[in-house]
Design a protein around this ligand. Structure first.
Ligand code: NG1
Ligand code: ZN
Length: 561
């Protein structure tokens, strides 16, 4: 078997040589680069996913996307059996394999790794990799290359799920490993049914008649808009209009559209104009794992009132907290109560005003480094963990144990006379757990939950915006010779290397009232990101600017010379 495996690998790897001068890192969200440089990477990602499937004895996923990057880029992320990002302990191997210079080096690495991990080729256990891709024109060819990588590991089978959103693919992997139906139609049915259930339980009389059901969604000219068009046929009680829905010849993926553009530039995407002033609008990113809301400003038509991931998180936290309270309200016998740990997970990019708001609600807020792989892991430590990045990537995780207790309680409350509030809270929490993607942040399911919660509260977008007022902030990026020269600690809020840079940042920050500033190397672009926050906009701008200059002085491109 080993000899056969060796020769299959050698032969197929020779078809996909590594391009010169390209070094890839697994980054915040898998491998990403200009698409023409990615054949060898996608082939190797196929091998990695196949080995991961052999190791776990489960189905894993391989998603071909570069999310919000320009259309000319592409990339790949691997999903673990529970639908989360591939275990970080495998990232060094993934990087080494992607950068292995020759087929011989590749084979050596694979065999050494397989030995260390105790993986058996062609074993008894079924091994399978689900493949998905977004709408990028290079996706199809790269998918074929990944299939070659998967098939180069004897006994592993690729299964093409076609064009899907990133969260759909993660959801399919998660469901499949639970032995549940995992097709796209199952996804649509689950979302539409749990949404209907939540809408049916909107309290009577809650401004139902006055609630504006209209919602306009920017699909970023990508896969998310396309899927929402399909799903919306199954939805009742919502008037969704999709723009930038990836129609042939109309609009370029992520070009002046999409959640990243709206959030970072604070402007309306293409296709939105004066007729939309005041309406509730939302935007997806290119692979539909990020969601932000916005409203075109009445004051300045070129800008938007942004409702970012922090505010989506706050809305969800408020709703879940209320349901947990209702669940235990009026319960006299303590043994019938269902206490739950509720954790909120943010990153340093969360606006300080959102953190203050959440803490003032009495919630436990914790911080992790940037990247959903960190947030997700932390959120999974609670009965209910809510995580969001400010850019709109996040979800709500329910522990299996808590869900089974909720089921029991539901049956108990349905049969007893404990009152209807605890039963309704149970039903709502169960519906949320099936609506919101348990595998990864999902713009489509997040959008439906926002709509259901707004209807439940009877809130306009204005009510939501007023939940708290963001501190003015500014994000900049600085091109540097080597971004790996920056090493941070404390959830990326402190710089350890280069020496002296943190002191310079502290000195600048001290000049402003209520100011906060940090820098970190991007995991998806060749830049250092600078984030500053202060009590007024000019202060945030000038702090970000002066810290960028320090970054440039310490590490700038001139040090290339
Ligand atoms: P990097 O490039 O590491 O900052 C960006 C986002 C992350 C995450 C990843 C993956 C910011 C500041 N960073 O990572 O939050 O979403 O892309 O897409 O938005
Ligand atoms: Zn994305």
């Amino acid at each position: 078997m080993a000899e056969e495996q060796r020769s299959v690998l050698l032969e197929s790897a020779a078809q996909f040589p590594v391009p010169h001068g390209v070094t890839l890192s697994y980054g915040t969200a898998g491998f990403r680069a200009e698409a023409s440089k990615l054949s060898s990477t996608l082939f190797r990602a196929g091998i990695i996913a196949a080995l991961r499937s052999l190791k776990t004895g489960c189905t894993v996923g391989l998603m071909i996307t570069a999310s919000h990057n320009p259309v000319g880029d592409n990339g790949v992320k691997i999903a673990d059996p529970d639908g989360s990002m591939m275990a970080q302990s495998w990232e060094p191997f993934a990087e080494a394999l992607a950068n292995a210079e020759t087929p011989e080096c590749l084979v050596e690495l694979v065999f050494q790794f397989v030995k260390e991990e105790g993986i058996t080729f062609g074993g008894e256990r079924p091994a399978e990799v689900l493949l998905g891709r977004d709408t990028r024109p290079t996706g199809e060819a790269l998918l074929e290359v990944s299939k070659q990588g998967i098939k180069a590991i004897i006994g592993v089978v690729p299964l093409d799920m076609g064009i899907v959103t990133t969260p759909q693919l993660h959801w399919m992997v998660w469901r499949k490993n639970k032995g549940l139906n995992a097709l796209e139609l199952d996804y649509f049915m689950q979302l539409s049914e749990s949404f209907r259930c939540l809408i049916e339980m909107v309290p009577e009389g809650i401004t139902k008649q006055n609630f504006d059901l209209r919602l306009i969604v920017d699909g970023a000219n990508g896969v998310g808009g396309m899927k929402l068009e399909q799903l919306k046929e199954l939805l009742t009680g919502q008037e969704i209009q999709v723009r930038n829905a990836c129609k042939q010849g109309l609009g370029v993926l992520n070009e002046r559209v999409g959640a990243d553009y709206v959030q970072k530039e604070k402007v309306a995407p293409c296709g939105f104009g004066p007729n939309d002033i005041g309406l509730r609008c939302a935007s997806f990113d290119g692979d539909a794992d990020r969601l932000v809301y916005f409203r075109i400003s009445r004051v300045n038509i070129n800008s938007v009132d942004l409702v970012d991931g922090d505010k989506i998180l706050s809305l969800f936290a408020l709703f879940i907290k209320e349901q947990l309270h209702m669940l235990n309200s009026g319960i006299k016998d303590l043994k019938n109560a269902l206490p739950a740990s509720l954790g909120i997970v943010q990153t340093a990019y969360a606006n300080g005003a959102s953190t203050d708001y959440l803490k003032q609600l009495g919630l436990e807020v914790v911080f992790t480094p940037t990247g959903v792989k960190y947030l997700h892991k932390k959120a999974a430590e609670y009965d209910i963990g809510i995580y969001f990045e400010a850019n709109g990537h996040g979800t709500i995780l329910f522990s299996e144990d808590f869900l089974s207790k909720l089921q029991e309680k539901k049956n108990y409350f349905a049969a007893s006379s404990a009152g209807s509030d605890p039963l309704k809270a149970c039903l709502r929490l169960l519906a949320v757990s099936s609506l919101i993607n348990q595998a990864v942040g999902d713009a489509i399911s997040g959008l439906l939950l926002v709509e259901a919660v707004l209807q439940y509260m009877g809130w306009t977008v204005q009510n939501w915006i007023e939940l708290y007022h963001d501190l003015p902030s500014r994000q900049l990026k600085v091109k540097v010779a080597d971004r790996t020269a920056v090493i941070t600690t404390d959830a990326e809020t402190q710089v350890l290397r280069p020496f002296g840079l943190q002191e310079a940042i502290d000195a600048e920050t001290a000049k402003y009232d209520r100011a906060r500033c940090f820098i970190r190397p991007s995991g998806t672009e060749d830049v250092i990101r600078v984030y500053a926050e202060a009590s007024y906009q000019e202060a945030a701008d000038s702090l970000a600017q002066s810290v960028s200059q320090h970054v440039d002085r310490f590490l700038g491109l001139q040090s290339l010379k």
